[in-house]
Structure formats: structure tokens, C-alpha cells
Design a protein around this ligand. Structure first.
Ligand SMILES: Cc1cc2nc3c(=O)[nH]c(=O)nc-3n(C[C@H](O)[C@H](O)[C@H](O)COP(=O)(O)OP(=O)(O)OC[C@H]3O[C@@H](n4cnc5c(N)ncnc54)[C@H](O)[C@@H]3O)c2cc1C
Length: 634
């Protein structure tokens, strides 16, 4: 732990004589003040809030933690919905949040700590339609048409990497314009490749170019590493698909309660009344649960709010909500930084309208669009090389099963509609289900600006399973200019800390990391097993540096402490005397730079959830036999 980080907090907020201190500064216990546990209120029981609460409880007796959420479940944006098992083959699906990559070490560890596992999946995508269709599974006419630009892109990416400082925050659209790429190439190839990453949606033309560049050039988190000179991408990125999130979060909630956390659902923070040396005074009020649990019904304006006092507050809600509830206590800087985070209102329609999918997307292998050979003109010289893709086409003919789709609107190809074939993607579904019985989640983006483009009215109402609204972070370059670098200057000021994926990028792993960082900043210890996992530990240290301006010092793995600190290690593992368990973390980080996770919480085989759910009666056996050679083929 950094030795004197809290001096900064005290100095900045001297007007209010802040009391936000941790044990490292006091030289005493991390959380307690005058021998009493520090009372911490965590607002928001999404991934960030749950993580903050969990890691504070690893210091027994130091923190008295209360976790509230306005809705009546834990998990926030991560939840599951029920399905008709006999029709779709599975009795549930995760809504919105699907999965992540093997760099999600903290998320996988949390799954393991609660007895859950993610399953491996190799991602297949389908972008565009007809002559504008392309995929990572086999080359298509669109890619053949843009051969020269694809070759040039690979060289351009190298330049972007060399001069990253210059390109980093420039909007993607501008960078492609500067590179002389055609609109069709930018809109149909480059934008969808980026939009897929963390769901940047219709903010994609504005995202910082570094996102796209790293996606293609980073061997650790680059989904499209390495770019292919002929077909842009030729790999199927290895991903993990999440277990049933509602079960995971409700088990996690029970675990928190067992560890002494007071969990109050259907409880809304309406206002922070006071933040000073006496504590944080908040107004809380009950909220009537929405019939479908997720979509807000406007709160309960007439419900009276009661005041409560805490020692510390962690706001794990979105930035705009945080700004609102800070009310009159918000500083100029808080208003500026929190107010610079932009959000859009998107809707996911979960449905079973196979005709809509056939009209708007390419769902199957199409021989007429596939290309067996391409000719490349590498490095712009006249020497050409012919590439033969017949084996990829043969494989795709039987195995193309897109999981993630993007459609570019014909009237404005820079605007996108995104869609999941949940039956192909999530691992509780049977391997073979007739296409007409698949479950799709189509996401229509940015209601205020782009709803005139939406084709949601075309979905057959009788095939709609559910509608869910999201308030989504826009990842435009302004987020990385005016929000992310400044978050550290808001932390621990007058007893308030901020966590949530909005502090960096909208991903489950970031939310977990942000909650953990808030707990550590209050005096909790980074888990011993993850400190031995060098990639997880590096991610945490970098996040902590970015979000708090502090460098976390090794506890378990420093040369001075060859032997792990027994008490803290045991706490981190939640069982007695198993120091070895923490050291096991050493073997979790494998692959290049340790980015591939080989620890607990991820299973070895695909669709293991389906096999387990079948035994429990939650999923059915295969619903189709005729399409044995490729389960999503008609
Ligand atoms: C459609 C969609 C798909 C996604 N897919 C993926 C994916 O495949 N992989 C991935 O890694 N990430 C994905 N994400 C992103 C990921 O889900 C989020 O980054 C993460 O879940 C956010 O967690 P959080 O704790 O920061 O915020 P949230 O989950 O939003 O939690 C905030 C909580 O605060 C509560 N709250 C707000 N205001 C108040 C108040 N005043 N009082 C009390 N409580 C309050 C809210 O009810 C909510 O529960 C997706 C997101 C969406 C919307």
C-alpha cells in the first residue's frame, strides 16, 4: 500500500477538515476509528458495489458496511431473464451482459469464490448484409473489394502504434479520414470491429483511435490481434461466456449478508445532505420494485426520505446519478468531471423473430458471398500473392454460427444496430436448436439522436419476449479527455469515493476492479491469491494509479515478505491456514504476459452449463437433429 497517499486528500479538502483516512495513515487498523468499525455506505449493488462490499468484509471488524440499491436485486446491469424452456431449449438467458475475455481475471475469481464458472466460447461475428457482409469466419466479397485498403490498414496500424501518443485520443472517424480510407471501408469494416469491443455502439466514430489500434495490435487484450493482410481478421477470439448472472449475484448477496453486510434493496439514495468532519448525511427512501425488476417505473416521488449518517460513502452508481445525488455538496470539480460523462438511452428487445433476423442480417453461410481466393499487393508493390481460403470456406459451410451481429443503417452507415444470437452465444442452450426457435437480443442505440433510424417496429410483437432500457456510457474521446484522467482528483474528497465501470470502460471487469480499488483505498487489502496472479495484479495497480493516483505496494509477493502474511491471506481466501491457496494464484496467469487466465472460475469445455442444466431440468436436450452438421444452418 502506498505510504502517505491520504495526505493529499486532507490537504485538498482542508476547508471541511475531512476525516477520510485509512489505517495505513493512522498506523492503526485500516477501517476503525477509536476502536469502532468505520460505517461505510455503498450506493449501488452492481458489480462495482458488490466488489467494494466484498473486499471490505475481508478485514473483519474494521468496517460496518451497508449496501443499498434502488432496484430489488443485486447485479445492476448484469441480470438474467426467464425463457420458455420447451420452445428455446433453456429456461433462462443473461440479458445484455454476455461474457468477456480471458483477461477478466478478477471477474473469473469472483465467480469461483461464489461457486460459479464461465464457459469458453470462440467468438463468431456477422457484420452487414448482402454485398456489405463480412465475418471473421470466412472471407467475403466486401473484403475482396477492399483488398488494397486492408493491406494499407495493417501498415497504418503500425504507424498508429509508433505514434500512439499523437493518435491516442483522436476520434476514430478522423483518423480514418486522415489515412485516406473510403467511407465504405470505415463504416462497414473498421467501425463494427470497434463497436463490438465493449459495446461502444453509436459513439464508435467518436471513440479514441487508440481503442481500435490496441484491439488490433495488443497481443493481450487485442480481440483482433493480429490483423490479417488479406481478410482483416482471421481468428475466432477465445472468450468466456458468463454463468447465470442472477444466480451468481444472489449467491454473492447471501455471502455478503453472512459476512455481516447490511444489504438493503429497493432503497434509493436521493440526496447527500452534508459531507464534513462529522460524517456523511444522506437521504434514503424506499422504492416500490418495478414489475419486471429492471426497468424503472419512475421511483416513488411521494415516499418520504429519512436521514442517516455514515463515516464514508462509495458511490457505485453512474456518473450522472452521482452528480445529481451530490446535490449542493458537489464541488465545482465534481460537477465538471461527473457532468462530462455522457450517456445514451438504448433499448434491448429480446425476441424470437427469425424473419426479422433474416431480413436484416446474414445468419448462414452464403456461397454467393464467400470468396475462395484473394490477391494481395503487399507493401504497395507490384508483386502479388494469391491466398487460397477453400479450407476456411469448407469449415464455415457447416460451422458458421454467428453470435454477435452488427447492422449498418442503409440511410446512415455510420450508425449501427447490434444484436446477439443468444442461443449461439450463451452456454446453457442446447447445441442444436432450429433457427426459428433461437433467442435474439437486438439493441437499438441512442434514442434521443438516432431513434428515427430504428427498425424496432418491424419485430413481430407476438415474438417479443421482453424489452429492457439501458442508460449506457458513451465512449467518445471526450470521456477520455474530460472524465477518466480527472477521476483521481475526485476520490476520497470529503468522505466520498466513486466506483463503477464508467470510470474507465463499460466492462464487467472494470466495474469489479473499481469496487475493489475503492475498498483498498479505504484500507482493505488486495487479495493474496490475485497478488500472486501477475496479470491481475498489474491490471489492479494500473487501475488504482489511474483512478486514485497511487501505486499499490506489494504485500504478499515482495522480496521482503517471502512468506505471505498468513492472517490476510487466510482472510482473502475465506478459510483457515491455507497460505498455499494464495500462492496458487501464481499459476493462474499464463500465456503472453500472463494475460490468459488458467485459474478457477472458468471451465475447460464449452457448454458445460448446458450439460449441468440438463441434469437439473433447466435446459432440454437438442431440439433439432436435422441440422447436425451446423446447428444454426436452416
Ligand atoms: C446491453 C449491455 C451489454 C453489456 N455486455 C457486456 C458484456 O458482454 N461484457 C462485459 O464485460 N460488460 C458488458 N456490459 C457492461 C457491464 O454490464 C457493466 O460495465 C457493469 O455491469 C457495470 O457495473 P456497475 O456496478 O459499474 O454499474 P451498474 O451495474 O449500473 O450498477 C449501478 C447500480 O446502482 C444502482 N443505483 C443507481 N442510482 C441509485 C440510487 N440513487 N440509489 C441506490 N441505488 C442506485 C442501480 O440500480 C444499479 O444497480 C454490458 C452492458 C450493457 C448495458
Amino acid at each position: 500500500m502506498a505510504s502517505a497517499p491520504f495526505d493529499r486528500d486532507i490537504e485538498r479538502d482542508s476547508a471541511d477538515a475531512p476525516m477520510a483516512q485509512n489505517g495505513q495513515q493512522n498506523g492503526g487498523q485500516p477501517g476503525s476509528q477509536d476502536g469502532k468499525p468505520k460505517r461505510v455506505l455503498i450506493v449501488g449493488a452492481g458489480a462495482a458495489g458488490m466488489s467494494a462490499a466484498y473486499h471490505l468484509t475481508q478485514q473483519p471488524g474494521q468496517f460496518d458496511v451497508t449496501l443499498i440499491d434502488a432496484v430489488d436485486y443485486c447485479g445492476g446491469q448484469a441480470f438474467s431473464i426467464p425463457l420458455d424452456k420447451d420452445r428455446h431449449g433453456a429456461s433462462w438467458c443473461n440479458q445484455g451482459v454476455q461474457g468477456g475475455s480471458y483477461i477478466f481475471h478478477h471477474t473469473a475469481t469472483m465467480f469461483a469464490r461464489q461457486g460459479f464458472r464461465a464457459d469458453p466460447v470462440e467468438l463468431q461475428v456477422s457484420f452487414g448484409k448482402d454485398e456489405q457482409f463480412w465475418t471473421n469466419v470466412f472471407p467475403t466479397q466486401l473484403l475482396a473489394r477492399h483488398q488494397k485498403e486492408i493491406c494499407r490498414l495493417v501498415t497504418y496500424l503500425k504507424i498508429m502504434r509508433w505514434f500512439e501518443v499523437f493518435f491516442a485520443l483522436l476520434p476514430l472517424r478522423l483518423v480514418f479520414k486522415l489515412g485516406g480510407f473510403s467511407d465504405e471501408f470505415t463504416n462497414t469494416i473498421a467501425l463494427p470491429m470497434t463497436a463490438l469491443f465493449l459495446g461502444t455502439g453509436n459513439a464508435t466514430p467518436e471513440v479514441p483511435a487508440i481503442m481500435f489500434e490496441r484491439l488490433c495490435t495488443s497481443p493481450t487484450y487485442g480481440m483482433w490481434y493480429k490483423p490479417d493482410r488479406h481478410t482483416v481478421v482471421s481468428n475466432q477470439p477465445p472468450m468466456i461466456v458468463f454463468p447465470k448472472l442472477s444466480d451468481f449475484y444472489s449467491t454473492w448477496k447471501d455471502d455478503l449478508v453472512a459476512r455481516g453486510v447490511t444489504v438493503r434493496l429497493s432503497t434509493e439514495l436521493t440526496e447527500i445532505v452534508q459531507r464534513d468532519k462529522h460524517g456523511v448525511v444522506v437521504k434514503l427512501k424506499p422504492r416500490t420494485p418495478a414489475p419486471d425488476h429492471h426497468n424503472p417505473a419512475g421511483g416513488d416521488p411521494d415516499e418520504p426520505a429519512g436521514e442517516e449518517t455514515y463515516d464514508e460513502l462509495i458511490l457505485c452508481c453512474l456518473a450522472d446519478t452521482a452528480k445529481k445525488v451530490l446535490g449542493k455538496t458537489a464541488s465545482w470539480r465534481e460537477k465538471k468531471v461527473l457532468g462530462s460523462a455522457k450517456f445514451s438511452d438504448d433499448i434491448t428487445i429480446t425476441h424470437n423473430d427469425a424473419d426479422y433476423m433474416k431480413r436484416h442480417y446474414e445468419n448462414f453461410y452464403r456461397e454467393d458471398l464467400a470468396v475462395a481466393k484473394t490477391t494481395s499487393h503487399a507493401n504497395g508493390n507490384s508483386n502479388s500473392a494469391v491466398e487460397d481460403y477453400q479450407s476456411r470456406l469448407d469449415w464455415a459451410a457447416n460451422n458458421f454460427r454467428p453470435m454477435y451481429y452488427i447492422k449498418m443503417y442503409p440511410s446512415d452507415r455510420s450508425k449501427l444496430e447490434m444484436c446477439f444470437d443468444t442461443s449461439n452465444y450463451q452456454s446453457q442452450f442446447p447445441e442444436k436448436v432450429p433457427f426459428e426457435q433461437h433467442v435474439f437480443q437486438t439493441i437499438y442505440l441512442n434514442k434521443a439522436r438516432d431513434s428515427h433510424l430504428w427498425s424496432d417496429a418491424e419485430i413481430d410483437e407476438t415474438k417479443v419476449i421482453r424489452r429492457d432500457w439501458w442508460h449506457q456510457l458513451c465512449h467518445g474521446y471526450t470521456h477520455y479527455l474530460f472524465v477518466v484522467p480527472w477521476v483521481m482528483f475526485l476520490q476520497a474528497r470529503r468522505r466520498v469515493r466513486f466506483a463503477g465501470s464508467w470510470t474507465l470502460v463499460n466492462a464487467h471487469e472494470v466495474a469489479i476492479l473499481s469496487g475493489l480499488a475503492a475498498a483498498v483505498d479505504l484500507g482493505a487489502e488486495y487479495p493474496g491469491d490475485l497478488e500472486h496472479d501477475r496479470f491481475a495484479f498489474l491490471c489492479f495497480r494500473l487501475y488504482y494509479l489511474l483512478a486514485y493516483g497511487k501505486w499499490y505496494r506489494r504485500r504478499q509477493t515482495s522480496s521482503k515478505s517471502k512468506k505471505p502474511n498468513a492472517s490476510s491471506t487466510n482472510k482473502a481466501n475465506g478459510d483457515n491456514g491455507l497460505i498455499q491457496k494464495a500462492q496458487d494464484g501464481q499459476s493462474w496467469a499464463t500465456g503472453l504476459y500472463g494475460s490468459v487466465y488458467k485459474g478457477p472460475g472458468v471451465s475447460e469445455t464449452a457448454r458445460s452449463v448446458w450439460k449441468e442444466d440438463m441434469k437439473k431440468g433447466l435446459s432440454t436436450d437438442n431440439l433439432a437433429e436435422k441440422n447436425a452438421s451446423g446447428r444454426s444452418q436452416p
